[in-house]
Design a protein around this ligand. Structure first.
Ligand SMILES: Nc1ncnc2c1ncn2[C@@H]1O[C@H](COP(=O)(O)OP(=O)(O)OP(=O)(O)O)[C@@H](O)[C@H]1O
Ligand SMILES: [Mg+2]
Length: 366
């Protein structure tokens, strides 16, 4: 039985004295859309280059379908790469660019024609087959690169920020198309990006990287709802990161003194000792805001403040609410159901901000 298409075991990579990858272990499943997500310089491209064989690891092993390929050159690995900058042959037509890997393998012309047609159709470029790269838009060029990378049916397709040169709308559109292509061809995709929206939107699983480490591997939902530490909580989506100290425990709750906010109660089984420092994540969409006070309940925490800034975003706005001790908390406020302009929240309004204590997530303990 063939094992996982990509396994990375205890991989370290140094450039001189500088360690770029730190003990990476990953196992990617067959047919997965797997993303590597992390800030600029964290080592994503380096890891992809190691999988492709453009760079050797300093130590550790790379396995493709259980074969140790650590010492194999790129052309002997069943892997193709799509780069950010397309890397098309300018003197070849779209058709011949896509046909190129099959021409190299001396495939019969009729088979080449059938395959190129299929892959040009997949990337919606059948009407552009005779054009040259200089006559294509950025999105079309990247489609050619994707078709060319798929035509010799690699086991794994590596994509290094393939959409980052395109404008936001086109990026969205191509991302959806990429997802459809992935479903159609069933190949394992490893997709590198520093854009969390892209990764959350289409990935089966995501590895979050920072400073050469893989911090967390999980589905979009797991990573968004259960970040393993405050870096992940802050990097994925937006959040309010609060720092608190445990002061009291009951059978089902922990009471913490939170900087700038005061005492808050958390529904935690108290296995933590007093004095521990907590990093708490509170997503802006969990915070409700109104000009009138909400009904008090032991399950909600209420603070008072003033709207310091509003960023209008169509169906919702982001509100920055400042308390009397200058603490600022972000809230995502939906406009759905707001039928009367008198009710609109405005800059400088005095407001109540509140959240359900269940929505406070413990991101880190130290
Ligand atoms: N050939 C090299 N020689 C020396 N240092 C390198 C080399 N390639 C990459 N680095 C360094 O390794 C680190 C990781 O680089 P890498 O390109 O993998 O980051 P990245 O996560 O892909 O970033 P970005 O999102 O900006 O593309 C960076 O600090 C980079 O300067
Ligand atoms: Mg990179």
């Amino acid at each position: 039985m063939i094992g996982s298409p990509v396994r990375i075991e205890n991989v370290n990579k140094f450039f001189g004295k500088f360690q770029v990858l730190k003990n990476i272990n990953l196992e990617i499943k067959k047919g997965e859309f797997f993303s590597l997500l992390g800030p600029s310089g964290c080592g994503k491209t380096t890891l992809l280059r190691l999988i492709a064989g453009f760079e050797p690891p300093s130590s550790g092993g790379i396995f493709l379908s259980d074969n140790n390929v650590t010492n194999l050159p790129p052309n002997e690995r069943p892997v193709n790469t799509v780069f950010q900058n397309y890397a098309l042959f300018p003197h070849l037509s779209v058709f011949e660019n896509v046909a190129f890997p099959l021409r190299l393998e001396k495939t019969k012309n009729q088979e080449v024609v059938e395959n190129v047609k299929y892959y040009l159709n997949l990337v919606k470029l059948n009407d552009h087959a005779q054009k040259f790269p200089s006559q294509l838009s950025g999105g079309q060029k990247q489609r050619v690169a994707i078709a060319r990378a798929l035509i010799n049916q690699p086991n794994v397709l590596l994509l290094d920020e393939p959409l980052s040169a395109l404008d936001a709308k086109l990026r969205q559109q191509l991302l959806v198309e990429l997802d459809t292509i992935h479903d159609e061809v069933g190949i394992t995709f490893i997709y590198v990006t520093h854009d969390q929206q892209e990764a959350l939107g289409v990935s089966d699983r995501i590895a979050i990287m920072n400073d050469g480490h893989v911090l967390q591997v999980g589905t979009s939902r797991e990573i968004y709802e259960k970040p393993v530490n405050s870096f992940v909580a802050n990097f994925i989506g937006e959040t309010n990161l609060l720092t608190g100290t445990i002061i009291l425990q009951t059978a089902s709750h922990v009471c913490a003194q939170v900087e700038d906010i005061g005492e808050i109660s958390l529904p935690l089984t108290p296995t933590l000792s007093s004095g521990k420092i907590l990093k708490l994540s509170l997503r802006p969409e969990s915070i409700k805001v109104s000009k009138t006070p909400p009904l008090k309940s032991e399950n909600i925490h209420i603070i008072e403040g003033t709207i310091d800034e509003i960023i209008y975003g169509g169906f919702q706005s982001k509100l920055f609410i400042k308390t009397s001790n200058n603490f600022v908390i972000k809230s995502l406020h939906s406009h759905i159901g707001e039928c009367n302009a008198d009710n609109y929240l405005k800059w400088k309004d005095k407001v109540y901000a509140w959240w359900n204590i269940q929505d406070v997530y413990l991101a880190e303990v130290s």
